[in-house]
Design a protein around this ligand. Structure first.
Ligand SMILES: N[C@@H](CCC(=O)N[C@@H](CS)C(=O)NCC(=O)O)C(=O)O
Length: 304
């Protein structure tokens, strides 16, 4: 159901109004039955929504509830932005709980958080809000030039490589590696098939989806190469210490490492860009000692 509830916005309300008028002229009892059923569904939706919020608000003061899609089989999440934010919560040692019941938040995207009754969307905005609130700044020692490079790398990965990865995931690979990376019942597989079509058409609107597959892959490879060169032999992007930018980079590289079997990007990490592979393992070992437990199904031994 639409997150705003049935007839939750004015266009929908107008279309519904016209539809009801038409039905009313055709058959009054049938129209009344439709109104009762739709009303009941709406009430049930809002009751459930209210109950969930009551539960999230009772987790405790200053404890973050992180809302996300279901866990993956090889990586804690198939959304790079979820892995980014969860890695950050771990790095900043901010107490949090996870929720899978409502993965899409106030901006219609995942991840989002609830904190002390407030609902906040967007991984980056959330991190920028949590840092000062919990007194965590992992970039305070960086020069303005380092900060500028970190931002450029993050945007390259989150706003450009994202599309090369999305086109590979949902178009070139037709969702195969994606579906293999998640325990999905058949109904969810159907939803994912619809989601896949949406992403492919979004990639055309964005522009990446208009290139041929070779061009898309080459663009993604160039991004990874640039990131690999920028990382060089440093343990983390900006030096010896991990910073916020590493969470974002890890979120994406983790998708390549663990959720993109057979991709040209994974091949690259295993050949030309082994420093990115080592970087992934470094961050995983440091912030995800319970990695196996965060998979679905949980794994007791270390999954590479
Ligand atoms: N800028 C957002 C991007 C989040 C995002 O694009 N999430 C995707 C999953 S990777 C999503 O929720 N997609 C669902 C949709 O678009 O309906 C952030 O940093 O949180």
């Amino acid at each position: 159901m639409c997150r705003m509830g049935i007839f939750g916005n004015s266009i929908q309300a107008r279309v519904a109004g016209k539809g009801l008028k038409y039905l009313w002229n055709k058959s009054k009892p049938f129209t009344l039955a439709v109104v009762v059923v739709v009303g009941a569904v709406n009430v049930a939706y809002y009751v459930k929504r209210y109950q969930r919020r009551k539960k999230w608000n009772s987790v405790g003061q200053d404890i973050v509830v992180l809302h996300m899609f279901p866990r993956g089989r090889f990586c804690p999440n198939l959304s790079p932005f979820v892995v980014k934010l969860e890695t950050y919560l771990r790095m900043a040692e901010i107490p949090y709980q996870v929720d899978f019941e409502e993965p899409l938040g106030p901006k219609g995207k995942s991840p989002w958080i609830s904190l002390n009754g407030e609902e906040i969307g967007d991984s980056q905005l959330i991190m920028e809000m949590l840092g000062p609130k919990y007194g965590k700044d992992f970039s305070s020692h960086l020069s303005t030039e380092q900060l500028a490079i970190a931002r450029a790398m993050r945007i390259m990965i989150e706003d450009h490589f994202l599309w090369s990865l999305a086109v590979w995931r949902f178009d070139i690979d037709a969702g195969q590696a994606f579906l293999n990376s998640i325990e999905a019942p058949y109904i969810l597989r159907f939803v994912i098939a619809l989601f896949r079509r949406r992403i492919v058409s979004a990639s055309r609107v964005q522009g990446m989806g208009r290139h041929n597959h070779e061009e898309v892959v080459e663009m993604g490879r160039k991004d990874l190469k640039a990131l690999s060169l920028c990382l060089g032999t440093k343990p983390f992007l900006t030096g010896d210490k991990p910073a916020e930018v590493d969470c974002a980079l890890f979120g994406f590289l983790a998708q390549v490492m663990w959720n993109s079997a057979g991709s040209p990007y994974l091949q690259m990490l295993e050949s030309e860009c082994t420093n990115l592979q080592a970087y992934c393992h470094r961050i995983k070992e440091r912030f995800w000692p319970d990695w196996g437990q965060c998979l679905n199904p949980p794994q007791s031994e270390i999954v590479q």
